[in-house]
Design a protein around this ligand. Sequence first.
Ligand code: HSE
Length: 307
Amino acid sequence: MDSIKVFSPGSVTNLSCGYDILGFCLDKVGDTITVTKTSEKGIKISSIDKYNLPTNINQNVAGIAAQAMIKDIKLDYGFDIKIKKGIKPGSGIGSSAASSAGVVFAINKLIDYPFSDLELIRFAMEGEKFVSGSYHADNVSPILLGGFTLVRSVKDLDIIKLPNPKGLIATIIRPEIEIKTSDSRKVVKSKVTIDKMVQQSANLAAFISSLYTEDYDLMSNSIVDEIIEPDRAILIPEFYNIKDISIKSGAIACGISGSGPAIFALSKNNKIANDILNKMSSHFNSVNISYNGFVSIINSEGVKVID
Ligand code: HSE
């Protein structure tokens, strides 16, 4: 095989109670990446269709992840990368992760799978470090493993795949502003009180339990964030109104997706998820804020080969 085309989806992370450790994979919205073997060694990014992203491999997450991957293996060929961006950078649904995870997944197939999923997560995380300033695998893990994932440790690379309850649907809405992950991380306070730590641990544990038992009341009570959300909400126009609308319209929960500005809501079925999208959209229309919204299943498969 000399060339491969993959679809690398977006992802929603943190889920309010799991900053930097929880995430799930979206469906349909994502990057389409073509990687072709070249006689010239090394990595080249020959095209990125939009958003003025750098094609210099040392300044692009995909180039950085790909270089981390091939640096210790002997190959007598190289790779050309073409990326069609389906996710706007700075949107909160894992734009950089989709590119870095998609590229390492594609190269691994072209070189006959020498690397495990966990090793791919480690390489993709190099791209995340480059854009955000810190190692976090909460976006790249659900893209590479599918469904919901929990990152117990990035140092030991201990990633746990969680159950994906049937029927659970996400609504995503993103006001048309860009928030850089690095900026959004700067507003998060570095200290937390012991009572908040205890509550957040309890919420996280309860959320994990709710995925196993499909107990949506417990899920609703546990997708709560008293630590990060108050700091970041000020960056996102209408956040609390949108959250209020979602909950009143029957969402199980609603919160900031990743580092924002996207907002996610989880619902028990497609009808509620679409109703929430309509109501969120009406609200943004009424206050003259441009937005982009969609409804998505939780994608169990993750990144996949399309050609
Ligand atoms: N967990 C990360 C954050 C996701 O919230 O900053 C953004 O990539």
